[in-house]
Design a protein around this ligand. Structure first.
Ligand SMILES: [Zn+2]
Ligand SMILES: [Zn+2]
Ligand SMILES: [Zn+2]
Length: 392
């Protein structure tokens, strides 16, 4: 099936963009794509959030999920028919005990990278050392897991000659156009200690993947460049069995006042026990088409995970005409509501560009609003960079 979008060069400043090849109405799915590689966050995994190692689909039933999140062991979820998790399909790797949501995920993971990555729990395997080292230097809130880079290397090792060259080309597309900004991105992602941390991780990767095919991967410059691919492009993935269950319930004819009250009470309990921002199984992935979408503070699409796994669905939030550029937002919904000043500051510092989107252009007369006049909204977004706070 021909894709309803195409990637085109815009100009040297912006680089490429994604454009509609047909009209879309509000709510329409523009495209869906599987990640090149994805990985659950390390702390998330160790805190009991159970995901399929391959596709990130939650493994807990909605009820188990709700019990863990609320801390109420006897909680009974009504309407079990809206639970999308089929545990009878789940399979475990005989070698390491990791669980997959289905036989096909298990087979595909093994074929692509898991043959390399499979190891028993313990600290002696080179990949276990990398993971432990990463966890020590990267506390929640997490934005990536270094094991995604290990997976990529494992994919490269297990690939055929032909697949390897395709993978290299794909990686080059993620890397294009930002060579000069590498250090700034890693700095934003990892904080002040990033130089030392990269130098801690680099020999660990070189030890885990010592073959000739990796001779270019672990040089200081190239290791930095690989990290930047993730810092710049990793799309967060958040899914949960309880979330999928409540979504199905809300959109059903059984969504009565009683069901609504039950949900309200359950969310209060989750908020008290877990905190609402920690509901989801979380991870991140690299997506080749999503990567081509530029940012707008009033985006015409939004990223969604309708299938309760790492399959990304891009949904139209405005009507889109053929030939129009497809925009996503690099900022979350809450941050999008902030003033032009605040949005542009965050984009400048995190993504290293001056936003020239339609909304920012329309609001150009707001250019002089300071963060104070902005109701102190800047406080919602706290820099973790001590240097910067000194400058402020
Ligand atoms: Zn799966
Ligand atoms: Zn295994
Ligand atoms: Zn903007």
């Amino acid at each position: 099936m021909a894709l309803p979008v195409e990637e085109r060069f815009i100009n040297n400043l912006t680089g490429n963009g994604l454009f509609a090849k047909k009209d879309f109405t509000v709510g329409e799915v523009i495209f869906e794509e599987r990640p090149l590689v994805s990985c659950q966050f390390a702390w998330n995994e160790d805190c009991g959030y159970k995901s399929c190692e391959y596709c990130l689909r939650p493994l807990e039933s909605a009820q188990e999920n709700a019990r863990r999140l609320t801390g109420l062991p006897d909680l009974v979820l009504p309407f079990p028919e809206y639970d999308a998790i089929d545990k009878s399909l789940q399979e475990t790797c005989d070698g390491c005990g990791i669980t997959y949501c289905s036989p096909s995920c298990k087979d595909e993971a093994f074929r692509r990278y898991h043959q390399t990555m499979c190891h028993k729990k313990g600290q002696s395997h080179p990949l276990a050392v990398i993971r432990a080292s990463w966890k020590e230097m990267h506390y929640p809130p997490e934005s990536m897991n270094v094991m995604i880079l290990a997976k990529l290397a494992a994919m490269f090792r297990q690939a055929s000659e032909e697949e390897r060259s395709a993978l290299s080309k794909m990686l080059a597309r993620f890397q294009s156009g930002f060579a000069s900004a590498n250090e700034s991105f890693i700095h934003r992602m990892m904080g002040q200690q990033f130089q030392a941390q990269l130098e801690t991780l680099r020999p660990l990767f070189a030890a885990a993947f010592p073959e000739m095919i990796f001779q270019d991967w672990w040089t200081r410059q190239n290791f930095l460049s690989l990290f930047t691919v993730f810092a710049r492009n990793a799309q967060g993935v958040g899914v949960s069995s309880f979330g999928a269950w409540q979504y199905a319930l809300r959109n059903s004819s059984t969504f009565t006042e009683d069901a609504k009250t039950f949900l309200d009470v359950t969310y209060v309990a989750i908020n008290e026990k877990t905190g609402e921002e920690f509901i989801d199984n979380e991870g991140s992935g690299l997506y080749i088409m999503q990567r081509a979408c530029n940012h707008s503070c009033d985006p015409n699409t939004e990223v969604s995970f309708l299938h309760n796994d790492s399959t990304l669905s891009l949904i139209a939030r405005h009507p889109i005409k053929v030939g129009e550029e497809i925009f996503i937002s690099y900022l979350d919904e809450c941050t999008l509501k902030h003033s032009r000043h605040t949005r542009r500051k965050i984009l400048r510092e995190n993504y290293l560009f001056e936003c020239q989107c339609r909304l920012c252009s329309q609001q150009a007369d707001q250019a002089d609003i300071t963060s104070d006049e902005d109701g102190g909204e800047d406080d919602d977004w706290k820099s973790d960079d001590p240097m910067e706070e000194e400058e402020a």
